[in-house]
Design a protein around this ligand. Structure first.
Ligand code: BT5
Length: 335
């Protein structure tokens, strides 16, 4: 199918889903859909088949038409070998909280996914808006590793999301330090890692990943500078496919030993002028990133400072900054 035709087909599929959603689980006749969209009933049926292949559960009746059954089952295309257990919830406060409650008796790679979070959390207890259509998931990991290695798992998650968005949808995804994934400078994914550990060994890590997938950008306040996949692509995606890819990428990365290098290559922060708020406010040029996740900043007085955690604001683009950062060339390969 040519690009233009494919775009048109996707628009029609989206319109059909909107009509079915608007009916709140009620029936919509094939004729009503066909008339509204200017297509034949046979074409409506073809689009319904396509939507079903994208995870939507749609019931068809020759007499009544079509109706959407519950929220979209994102798990349908997640192969079993990627998680030791997959828990799907319609609605939960926070998948990270749910994961924490079951962590001690769960195996590594238990994955919790919710259609909606009513109390989704960001770092430092901040709110994370999590309506229907997004991907809200937590992965329980139990590596034989020291607590100081925990950051590697968060890095792997952000790199996995970035690569998946690039490969599947050709989106210009980059990582804002420490672990936000941005598309064209706007936040599309946030990661919240929580660990339980003894002094020298991790009991479990919970990696919470929130991806704004099939949601309208207007569900998020403008001042947050956020975006969603459907807003970027002007179409909805199959969430099961994206979740699968993220899990595959994460597993491959953690086995490869290349997590840090990839995290640096995909960084959108290096060689930018930034302001970091954490323990006090610091402004300067982001010159490099270290394997433990630290950001090295050159302050205006020339002094280098090492920051392990904080909120980063990008003040100026790489092109406008002077004095290339040590890792800037590698980064530009992804530009
Ligand atoms: C994060 O925190 O970015 C981590 C978000 C992690 C969410 C996942 S969803 C699955 C799992 N279960 C949870 O309860 N959480 C995890 P932080 O860097 O602190 O960013 C929080 C800030 O992002 C908020 O203060 C808002 O400004 C903004 N924000 C809130 N919801 C957003 C959304 N859906 N998209 C983009 N920005 C959002």
């Amino acid at each position: 199918m040519r690009m233009k035709e494919r775009r048109r087909a996707e628009e029609i599929s989206c319109s059909i889903i909107r009509m079915l959603r608007a009916a709140s689980g009620g029936w919509v006749s094939g004729k009503a859909i066909g008339d509204a969209l200017g297509i034949s009933r046979a074409a409506v049926w073809k689009h319904i088949q396509h939507l079903r292949s994208m995870d939507y559960r749609i019931e068809a009746s020759t007499r009544l038409g079509y109706r959407l059954l519950g929220p979209e089952p994102v798990h349908l295309h997640i192969p079993e070998h990627l998680c030791s257990r997959l828990i799907m919830l319609e609605s939960v406060g926070s998948t990270n909280d749910f994961a924490r409650e079951i962590a001690s008796e769960s195996e590594s790679w238990t994955v919790v996914i919710a259609e909606v979070q009513t109390a989704g959390r960001g770092r430092l207890g901040r709110e994370w808006i999590s309506p229907q259509g997004g991907i809200w998931m937590s992965i329980i990991l139990k590596p034989m590793a020291a607590p100081s290695e925990a950051f590697r798992y968060t890095m792997a998650a952000s790199v996995a999301v970035c690569r998946s968005l690039r490969d599947l949808y050709d989106l210009n995804a980059r990582i804002k330090w420490p672990n936000d994934v941005l598309v064209n400078g706007r936040k599309i994914c946030g990661i919240l890692t929580e660990i339980s550990a003894e002094l020298d060994i991790i009991n479990h890590i919970i990696i919470g990943i929130g991806i704004n997938a099939n949601m309208s950008a207007s569900s998020l306040p403008e001042e947050w500078n956020a975006t969603t996949i459907s807003a970027e692509l002007q179409r909805e995606i199959a969430r099961g496919e994206l979740i699968t890819r993220v899990l595959e990428e994460m597993r491959a990365l953690l086995e490869s030993g290349e997590v840090y290098q990839e995290w640096v290559r995909l960084s959108d922060t290096i060689n930018r002028r930034v302001s970091v708020q954490g323990f006090g406010d610091v402004t300067g040029l982001a010159v490099s990133l270290e394997p433990d996740g630290a950001l090295i900043l050159r302050r205006d007085d020339g002094n280098l400072i090492r920051i392990l955690a904080g909120d980063c604001i990008h003040l100026r683009s790489a092109e406008q900054s002077t004095g290339a950062g040590t890792q800037a060339e590698e980064v530009s390969r992804y530009a």
